[in-house]
Design a protein around this ligand. Structure first.
Ligand code: F0G
Length: 418
């Protein structure tokens, strides 16, 4: 195993153990691996670990460590990953594809996929003896970073947009002990601020522009492929905000193909909220122009107008013959109600993936006989307020709570009234 950090923009290389997360030219750094093992050998090592024959079963991230980090370091692991694939007839019927599986990343220890990137990024930060770690966040990144930093004993500093973070997420950051700054501005402003502040103050930046975050998030795709016996689906649908996941999925698939873990590359469908869709706008003009928007959506996790991993997102879509779509808040909330009522549940941003599949099936881009894996990125309890507002809001799928007197007759009256 060997690896270097290479700049996407100028190609400059740094040692993999360097604490840098950005190049001096401003470009993003990516981990470039030199593989020691490939193909069937690597696949059987991963499968032996999954069965528990080779240790390393507990973490669905570190099971794939040969594809993540070049060296043996002390892991900061919860553990994490090992999330399930669900099939539910009601969700398949709603989306219009029979072969639809939902990979529920909300089952990670802090309730979102961020734990997969964070275990790798905090492991690296601990190895450099970072004095503190920082991130900008719409909520989930900060919850995850706070938990992993607490485990590693590293002070954590969080920048969130004031008033635009779901209560469950903010509560986690506070509970896990991160110093939390509510910035008067949106996520994009928070990210600009933390990029400057971390550089000036020598704090390790753990947003998804950190190359090690991307390495960890690749394992969403690797684990899904392994769960399917290394038989790729036709499509992977993923909600998209800052484009860290879209970038990580593209890298995972390119590497899995290069290593001979898979032969066919699934197509990525990257789904944005209509009120926060700069990537979709660029897709519509063949990526000839980069857009930014003033973002607004009920799915606060993806309320992002200027995605940091734009170039990598473009590469991921091009490299997988992928597509980008956007769905309205109404479509997001309806898909969420269907996923929730199937007994699975997810936060609003997560439902964008299923809403996007439904739209792409209706448009004829995804065919009803194709196989699709949709990623649910966060847990239903992250944003309880949106659930309550929806069910009290008189929608077709609303299930409002009803207050009654403590008498059997009142229960009877309620049941008859239905
Ligand atoms: N879904 C959820 C639940 C998220 O929290 C995020 C991102 C995304 C989807 C989009 O992923 O940014 O990789 O395209 N949340 C970040 C945060 C921005 O700060 O928690 P992406």
């Amino acid at each position: 195993m060997s690896a270097v950090l290479a700049c996407d923009a100028c190609g400059h290389r740094f040692a993999a153990r360097s604490p840098r997360v950005q190049c001096s030219c401003g470009g993003l750094l990516a981990v470039r691996h030199g593989w020691a093992r490939t193909g069937a050998g690597l696949r059987s090592l991963f499968d032996r670990r999954l069965r528990g024959d080779a240790g390393g079963r507990d973490s669905g991230v570190w099971r794939f460590r040969e594809m993540l980090v070049p060296d043996r370091v002390r892991l900061v692991s919860h553990p994490e990953g090992n999330t399930r694939l669900y099939r539910r007839d009601a969700v398949s019927a709603f989306a219009g594809v029979a072969d639809l599986a939902l990979k529920h990343e909300g089952e990670n220890p802090t309730g979102s996929f961020k734990d997969r990137g964070m275990t790798v990024a905090v492991t690296r930060a601990a190895a450099w003896s970072a004095s503190a770690v920082a991130c900008a966040s719409t909520g989930n990144t900060s919850a995850s970073m706070a938990a992993y930093a607490a485990q590693a004993g590293i002070p954590a500093l969080v920048f969130v947009p004031a008033g635009k973070v779901a209560a469950g997420k903010l509560a986690q950051a506070l509970a896990y002990g991160a110093r939390t700054l509510m910035v008067r501005g949106d996520f994009d402003a928070c990210l600009r601020l933390v990029r400057e502040a971390s550089e000036a103050l020598g704090i390790a930046l753990l947003n998804s522009i950190n190359p090690w975050r991307i390495e960890g998030q690749k394992t969403i795709v690797l684990e899904m492929l392994q769960q399917r016996g290394w038989e790729p689906p036709d499509w992977i649908a993923v909600p998209a905000g800052n484009l860290g996941n879209t970038a990580a999925f593209g890298k995972a698939l390119a590497e899995a193909r290069e290593l001979g873990l898979i032969r066919k590359v699934p197509r990525i469908a990257s789904i944005q909220a209509a009120g926060a869709n700069p990537f979709h706008r660029s897709f519509r003009v063949g990526f000839r122009r980069r857009f930014t928007v003033k973002a607004e959506t009920v799915a606060t996790a993806i309320r992002i107008g200027d995605p940091a991993s734009y170039d990598r997102g473009v590469a991921a879509i091009r490299g997988t013959r992928g597509v980008v779509a956007s769905v309205t808040d109404r479509e997001i909330l309806e898909a969420k109600a269907v996923i929730d009522a199937a007994g699975i549940g997810c936060e609003p941003a997560s439902a964008a993936s299923v809403a996007g599949v439904r739209q792409l099936v209706r448009r004829g881009t995804i065919r009803p006989r194709q196989s699709v894996v949709a990623i649910l990125t966060g847990h239903v309890l992250k944003d309880a307020q949106t659930v309550m507002d929806f069910h009290r809001g008189g929608h077709r799928r609303s299930n409002p709570p009803v207050e009654i007197d403590a008498r059997v007759s009142a229960v009877e009256r309620f049941l008859k009234g239905r």
